[in-house]
Design a protein around this ligand. Structure first.
Ligand code: SAH
Length: 251
């Protein structure tokens, strides 16, 4: 049973590949895939690239070519929910594509053909990931973020870096008016969730908040990705794999 560890950017995954045993690097569909063993699991690490289509291609390749039977995403995102601050971790319970809009033929945000707008993450994997994230935050992973905490709920994805307070206010306001409570915004998660649903592969995701999707988002994002993101990823993914029994991959 092979688990995929997916991130958008190399900085988000840095260190994980170095920790793998029996490492093999394979090139496929213009991407590198790193296969090996990590904490008793068969693992493939890969980068989705940025945006929904790139992420969908990588995810499909992970299932079709590498036979993965579970996908875990670790990366960074902009904080959207009240009290979701830089240095906090958001563990996804649902995903929604905030730029999906086939109205008036379908309700806004509904995925045509799926009859719903939000897709759920896998419960058991998400519980394990949330446990790993809580451990990392309690251990004071980021000394600079002493009051960091873990949130669980809706992550929204779209092909847009949300980097102004107008854009984030609008996104949050429109979604909240429709009864959605977005905690974080990024550019890949909901696409990975859709591909995993199509293939029947369980999926879980955690995002560390790099910015508040506001006017300083591009500066905060760049600094965070360089300095903090990979430490969170390494710690949380390692603990997740330790908690996650090898035989559970088979469910
Ligand atoms: N020029 C940047 C582009 C990164 S895009 C670079 O250095 O490559 C931002 C990435 O981080 C995406 O993969 C997205 O999932 C996540 N992200 C972080 N903050 C975000 C925000 N405010 N809006 C959208 N995506 C964000």
């Amino acid at each position: 049973m092979t688990i995929a560890i997916l991130s958008a950017l190399a900085e988000e995954q840095h260190g994980l590949v170095d920790a793998m045993d029996g490492l093999q690097t394979l090139r496929h569909v213009g991407r590198d895939f790193w296969r090996g063993r990590l904490h008793g699991h068969e693992v493939v690490c890969a980068l989705s690239g940025i945006g929904k289509v790139a992420a969908a291609t990588t995810t499909a390749a992970l299932v079709e070519r590498f036979g993965v039977r579970a996908v875990v995403f670790t990366g960074v995102a902009g904080g959207l929910g009240p009290g979701v601050n830089v240095g906090d971790v958001v563990v996804a319970r649902q995903f929604l594509q905030h730029d999906m809009d086939a109205s008036p033929i379908f309700p806004r945000w509904e995925l045509p053909g799926y009859g719903r707008s939000a897709l759920a993450s896998d419960g058991a994997m998400t519980d394990a990931l949330a446990g790993a994230a809580a451990g990392a935050v309690q251990a004071g992973m980021a000394e600079a973020f002493a009051s960091a905490c873990v949130h669980q709920g809706l992550i929204v994805s779209g092909d847009q870096f949300v980097g102004s307070h107008q854009a984030s206010d609008r996104l949050r306001g429109e979604l909240q008016a429709a009864g959605h409570s977005p905690l974080a915004v990024e550019m890949e998660g909901a696409a990975v969730a859709q591909v995993c649903l199509d293939y029947g592969v369980p999926f879980a995701a955690m995002r560390t908040i790099s910015d508040r999707a506001d006017d300083s988002a591009h500066v905060d994002f760049a600094l965070f990705v360089r300095t903090v993101a990979s430490r969170y990823a390494q710690r949380v993914v390692s603990d997740f794999l330790r908690f996650w029994p090898a035989q559970a991959d088979a469910h």
